[in-house]
Design a protein around this ligand. Structure first.
Ligand code: UT7
Length: 328
C-alpha cells in the first residue's frame, strides 16, 4: 500500500512588520483592543513591488530545498490564493516561469480562501495516489494588504501577508503521510466575507473604486460563529473516521484568524491549548498561507517529531472548510 507524504515544507514572510501601535495611528483602535479581541500583536506587510507570486517563489524555494529537490522535478503545481498577481493568467503560471518548473507540468490556481492550502493538499493527494503525477508543489500565498481597506478598523487589524509551500510525493510505505483529508463548503454564507467588486458580477468602474468595493467586507460575528462550528465538526469527523481520540493527536495546526476561535475549538474538542500551534500574534490572518507557514515553523521548532500525528484544520470565505491528518 502506498502513501503520499510531505517531503518538504517552506515559508516566507515579508520583512516589514506592522505593529498594533502603528495601526492605532492609522485608524481608531488600540493595541489592547486588537490583542484581547483577536490575539494579534503584529503582521508582516509585503513591499509595494512584491507580488503574491514573489512570496510564493520564496516559500517554494525553501520547500524544494527541504525536500532536496529541484523545480525541474515538479510536474504538478497548485497555488491557493485569493490575492493572485492578476485575474489572468493564473499565479501558478507566473510562479512556474519564475521557478523554472518544466513546460509539461500542470499549473493552476484554486480559490478556496483560508482553506485553500487544505483544498490544494487534497487535490494533490488524489492525483499522486492515482499515479497521474509524480511530484507536486502546493503553495498558499497571499498579499492581503492589497485588498484590505486600511480605513476600516474592523478588518484592517486582522490580516497580513505571507506564503507557505509543501512538496508532496508518493512512497511505497503504508500508514504515513496524509492519513486522511476532508473538505466542505457552505455557499449559504458566501456574502459574510467577500470582495464585492472586480469580478463579472460587479466589474471595476470609477463608482466601485469610489465605493471602496475592491476591499474585503466581512460580518465578523457571523464568520466567527461559523468558524467555531465547522472547525469543530470537521475535526471530530476526521478523528471518528480514523478511530482516533483527541489524546492521540500530538499537535493541531488550526487556521489562525482569531485566538478566541482557537480557544473555543480547544474547549469544544476538550483538547488543551498547548496542543494547538499558535503564531497569529506575529502574523495575523494570512489566509491560505497560514497553515503551511505554521506547519513550517512547528517543524523547525521541534514541535513535530517522527511518528507524530498532526491535525490541520481550516475555514475561510465561501464558507469553505477542511481538515487533514498527517503522520510524520
Ligand atoms: O479567515 C476568516 C477571516 N475572518 C475571521 O475569522 C473573523 C472572525 N471574527 C472575528 O475575529 C471577530 O468577530 C472580530 C475580531 C472581527 C471582531 O470581534 P468582535 O468581538 O466580534 O467585535 P464586534 O465586531 O462585535 O465589535 C465590537 C465593538 C464594536 O463597537 P460597538 O458597536 O460595540 O460600539 C466595534 O465597532 O468593537 C468595535 N471595533 C473596534 N474597536 C477598536 C471593531 N473593530 C475595532 C477595532 N478597534 N479594530
Amino acid at each position: 500500500m502506498a502513501s503520499v507524504i510531505i517531503a518538504g515544507v517552506g515559508s516566507y514572510a515579508p520583512e516589514r512588520i506592522l505593529t498594533n501601535e502603528e495601526l492605532s495611528k492609522m485608524v481608531d483602535t488600540t493595541d489592547e483592543w486588537i490583542r484581547t479581541r483577536s490575539g494579534i500583536g503584529e503582521r508582516h506587510i509585503a513591499a509595494g513591488n512584491e507580488a503574491c507570486s514573489d512570496m510564493a517563489v520564496r516559500a517554494a524555494t525553501a520547500a524544494l530545498a527541504d525536500a532536496k529537490m529541484n523545480a525541474s522535478d515538479i510536474d504538478l503545481l497548485i497555488i491557493a490564493t485569493c490575492t493572485p498577481d492578476m485575474p489572468l493568467p493564473s499565479t501558478a503560471c507566473i510562479v512556474q516561469h519564475k521557478l523554472g518548473i518544466p513546460a509539461h507540468a500542470t499549473c493552476f490556481d484554486i480559490s478556496a480562501a483560508c482553506s485553500g492550502f487544505l483544498y490544494a493538499l487534497e487535490i494533490a493527494y488524489g492525483q499522486l495516489l492515482t499515479n497521474r503525477y509524480k511530484r507536486a508543489l502546493i503553495i498558499g500565498a497571499e498579499k492581503l494588504s492589497s485588498v484590505v481597506d486600511w480605513s476600516d478598523r474592523a478588518t484592517c487589524v486582522l490580516f497580513g501577508d505571507a506564503a507557505g509551500a509543501a512538496v508532496l510525493i508518493k512512497v511505497d510505505q503504508p500508514g504515513i503521510g496524509i492519513i486522511g483529508s476532508d473538505l466542505g463548503a457552505d455557499g449559504e454564507f458566501a456574502d459574510k466575507l467577500m470582495i464585492p467588486a472586480g469580478g463579472s458580477s460587479c466589474p471595476a468602474s470609477a463608482q466601485t473604486v469610489e465605493g471602496r468595493q475592491h476591499f474585503i467586507r466581512m460580518n465578523g460575528r457571523e464568520v466567527f460563529k461559523s468558524a467555531v462550528r465547522v472547525m469543530e465538526t470537521v475535526s471530530r469527523e476526521m478523528m471518528e473516521q480514523h478511530q482516533l481520540t483527541p489524546d492521540q493527536i500530538s499537535l493541531v495546526i488550526p487556521h489562525q484568524a482569531n485566538i478566541r476561535i482557537i480557544e473555543a475549538l480547544s474547549a469544544n474538542l476538550k483538547m488543551p491549548m498547548d496542543k494547538f500551534y499558535v503564531n497569529l500574534d506575529r502574523y495575523g490572518n494570512t489566509s491560505s498561507a497560514t497553515i503551511p507557514l505554521a506547519l513550517d515553523e512547528a517543524r523547525r521548532s521541534g514541535r513535530i517529531k517522527p511518528g507524530d500525528l498532526t491535525l490541520l484544520v481550516a475555514f475561510g470565505a465561501g464558507l469553505t472548510y477542511g481538515a487533514a491528518l498527517i503522520r510524520w
